[in-house]
Design a protein around this ligand. Structure first.
Ligand code: CMX
Length: 457
């Protein structure tokens, strides 16, 4: 079977040709910029090239033109899931985003083995750096520090400094770094988690014969065979947790290019900072409460609300809680979106995971509350009248499902998000260099200029 790199190489001539054709239209206007966009977070500006995913306000995310459900039907699952086809492997999604093609089963398995070989051991200096950080430091900060420190092992950085590579070939080294970074995430996350929650004692083992998500689950201590399994989960629960990681990491990879983590990675990478530095910047952006940290905030908010209401079915108490939150000037975490105007299809995918396991989740009042909230909160937010989208976003469901299986360190949910989000922006970074995209440098204007432009019109 082809390796991922061989498949990317096959895809390059067509894409480079398409870009060359587009360059002929460089002066054609396709969009206009409003004052509202300049002072309003650049909403709707079409100003970035992004290949892997597109986002429609009403239909949500598509991965190389495929919906979540199509991906669930088409993308290969891990080798241990062949009899019971469930969640696809994020490795298969990585292949789809990088090449635009659905991988053959053997190609996806090949990539799985390649990643586990690349990610078997964490460089000792990185372990050392993580060990030297205060255990109370937010795990997202620890992850960003660890990723940035890996810059000293960047093959791109080394070869660029040695001056031995031409622009056309940058991508080979960016590809190497990107794959190594993605491959090391299970070990990085496991190390940080065991430091934060288990006094540095490993909670599980890295199994080079298993897939990337299995190893994330394992190093979080949640697999039946390779982990400490402190929570005494049954084998079925452990397998379900691994499937949850596969599903979660498979669908959080990317959300077109304008979101903070993707855009930050792309922007920093445009200065030819290597993938470790670039994605470290992406992780810093993901750590903001209006972006990925909302996943953590949702769990805190559900746990707090559940303690103050009689039952998850009590709509009037839930609404009262929401109004108190809104009246104190806070946002309802897990609701609203800068682009989407319908419930997030990724939220629906997480709900389908719950619905396929009724016995497992029926007694969990936080999960019940999460489901009920998706009916109650849109009414309150609509009446409140501010948000353009009163529906649940992806962060609404994810954290509480991890919480269900025993990830009770709430600060950690966003770190699992960061594992997944590496895949989309790093894929784009490889393509940025294949296509030779330049350093990003939009023009800023001051108020006086803006006022002058307004008066001229
Ligand atoms: N609760 C309360 N108010 C909200 C709201 C919510 N969930 N969502 C939006 N609003 C408010 C905004 O704060 C804004 O108020 P001001 O005019 O006072 O500034 C107003 O409604 C209009 O905002 P909008 O155009 O609908 O939304 P934005 O594009 O500005 O912001 C987002 C989008 C996601 C930051 C916002 O909806 C939000 O803060 N949601 C809660 C946090 C969250 O769940 N973030 C995760 C998003 C998904 C992800 O990136 O991971």
């Amino acid at each position: 079977p082809r390796s991922l790199k061989e498949a990317v190489e096959q895809a390059i001539p067509l894409r480079r040709h398409e870009l060359k054709e587009l360059k002929a239209y460089s002066n054609m206007q396709i969009d206009s910029i409003t004052v509202g966009s300049i002072i309003g977070g650049m909403r709707n500006n079409k100003s970035m090239l992004w290949q892997g995913t597109t986002l429609d306000p009403f239909n949500g995310i598509k991965f190389q033109g495929k919906t979540i459900q199509e991906c669930q039907q088409l993308l290969p699952c891990s080798p241990d899931k062949q009899s019971k086809k469930t969640e696809f492997m994020p490795e298969s999604m990585l292949w789809l985003l990088m090449t635009g093609e659905i991988p053959k089963k053997e190609e996806a398995f090949g990539l799985m083995h390649e990643l586990s070989q690349r990610g078997k051991t964490l460089p000792p200096f990185v372990e050392h750096i993580i060990d030297s950080l205060p255990r109370t430091m937010h795990p997202m900060t620890q992850l960003a520090v660890a990723l940035a420190s890996l810059n000293s092992s960047s093959t791109f950085c080394k070869n660029y400094q040695d001056g031995v590579i031409g622009k056309e070939d940058y991508w080979h080294y960016i590809f190497e770094d990107a794959l190594n970074l993605i491959a090391l995430l299970p070990q990085l996350v496991g190390k940080i988690y065991s430091n934060v929650t288990n006094e540095g004692m490993p909670l599980g083992y890295f199994n080079p014969d298993r897939d990337w998500s299995y190893n994330i689950a394992s190093l979080l201590g949640m697999t039946y065979r390779d982990s400490v399994n402190k929570r005494n989960l049954t084998k079925e629960q452990c397998d379900d947790f691994t499937d949850l990681v596969r599903l979660y990491c498979g669908i959080h990879v990317d959300h077109e290019g304008g979101n903070v983590s993707a855009h930050a990675t792309h922007l920093v990478g445009s200065a030819l900072s290597d993938p470790y530095l670039s994605y470290s910047a992406g992780v810093m952006g993901l750590a903001g409460p209006l972006h990925g940290l909302a996943a953590q905030e949702v769990v805190r908010f559900l746990v707090d609300m559940a303690a103050r209401i009689d039952s998850p079915d009590n709509e009037s108490q839930v609404s009262e809680y929401l109004w108190a939150l809104l009246n104190s000037g806070k946002v309802v975490p897990g609701y609203g979106h800068a682009v989407l105007r319908k419930p997030d299809p990724r939220f629906d995918a997480m709900l389908r995971f719950v619905e396929a396991r009724p016995q497992e989740f029926q007694g969990d009042r936080y999960v019940q509350l999460m489901r009920n909230l998706s009916k109650y909160a849109p009414k309150v937010l609509t009446e409140h009248g501010k948000t353009k989208n009163p529906f649940p976003n992806v962060d609404s469901a994810s954290g509480v499902l991890f919480y269900h299986y025993g990830i009770h360190d709430l600060l950690f949910v966003t770190v699992i998000f960061a594992c997944s989000r590496a895949i989309g922006p790093l894929t784009q970074l490889v393509w940025d260099r294949i296509l030779g995209l330049p350093i990003e440098r939009p023009k800023s204007v001051d108020m006086a200029t803006l006022r002058r432009l307004v008066n001229q019109n």
